[in-house]
Design a protein around this ligand. Structure first.
Ligand code: 13P
Ligand code: SF4
Length: 299
């Protein structure tokens, strides 16, 4: 199947983008693996491909379509959604916008395309602090992740930030008990966690990073052992790129079932039958694009 995928990829001028949480086989066959910011940037830069197959969750494939509307964007499984993104509904965001007309809506890229269309500027976990600092007004409505919002509030106290009440059920499973046990077991280890983790976990960690921030940190740090507080798919890249270092999941490994819906077989079917195509209206694309382009300008 892998041979067939490579053949179809060449014939049809396809580029395969994969998120850091994808299964190892998908990461290894992809043209580019990254965090949501890197993948968004990549999608905006691709010139020599007709089709983008996005191995990730739906909001990421939508982001690729918004930034590269002339290309056919495929998601190998349409059920690969993000429950966090679904926690900010268009009507509720619109109501909030009307309640605070002086505020800017800053949306984490983990939002659906319709919400991006009424967003002033997007951000990812890799640039949230920078984006919020650059917003030209004092009051901000930050959505949908309340833990990333908490993190940004600590970093940018000069802004008045209203946090949406969403959360990622995967990152919420990391807890203080696990962290304390990991410290006892590996006293020399560096514990790094994603900002979608609860504030109590963030406070006890040695560092807080996006997934690619963790990749960078693992390369640059002198530590030899790392405890990773994010979805366990990231361990594949960490181990592959740092064979002289050790990586363990914080507590029991945490899995995002949506990220794992993309398999080699589904990728093959996706390439062969050109499914499932992401279709967004011209109006949504034009409006949502402004919030993503503004993010890329701010960083
Ligand atoms: P990153 O932007 O760090 O890749 O995170 C995306 C995500 O979905 C985290 O759960
Ligand atoms: Fe969404 Fe959480 Fe899965 Fe990331 S890990 S895609 S935020 S459900």
């Amino acid at each position: 199947m892998i041979e067939e995928i490579l053949k179809l990829k060449k014939e049809k001028k396809v580029i395969i983008l994969a998120h850091n949480y994808q299964i190892p086989e998908i990461q290894d066959i992809a043209d580019f693996v990254g965090d949501s910011l890197e993948l968004a940037k990549k999608a905006s830069e691709i010139k020599d491909a007709k089709i983008i197959v996005f191995c990730g969750v739906k909001f990421m494939a939508e982001t690729a379509k918004i930034l590269s509307p002339e290309k056919k964007v495929l998601l190998p499984d349409l059920d690969a959604g993000c429950p966090l993104a679904d926690m900010a509904k268009y009507q509720d965001v619109l109501e909030m916008k009307n309640k605070y007309p002086d505020a800017w809506i800053v949306s984490y890229v983990n939002t659906n395309a319709d919400v991006k269309s009424i967003t002033d500027v997007c951000c990812t976990s890799a640039n949230a602090e920078k984006v919020v600092r650059n917003v030209p007004v004092k009051r901000i409505i930050f959505l949908p992740d309340k833990n990333l919002c908490w993190y940004v509030k600590q970093k940018v106290p000069e802004k008045e930030i209203i946090c949406w009440e969403g959360y990622c059920f995967v990152h919420r499973k990391f807890n203080v008990d696990e962290l304390k046990k990991a410290r006892e077991k590996y006293p020399t280890a560096e514990i790094i966690v994603h900002p979608e983790c609860d504030p109590d976990v963030q406070k006890l960690a040695d560092g807080i990073y996006s997934t690619s921030g963790m990749i960078k940190r693992a390369k640059e740090s002198n530590s030899k052992i790392f405890i990773i507080g994010t979805e366990e798919g990231l361990l594949h890249r960490l181990k592959k790129e740092n064979p002289d270092k050790e990586f363990y999941s914080l507590g029991t490994g945490k899995i995002c079932p949506n990220m794992k819906k993309i398999t080699i077989e589904k990728l093959y079917q996706s390439l062969k039958e050109e499914k499932y195509e992401i279709n967004l209206s011209y109006d949504i694309i034009e409006k949502a694009k402004k919030s993503l382009e503004r993010m890329l300008e701010y960083i």
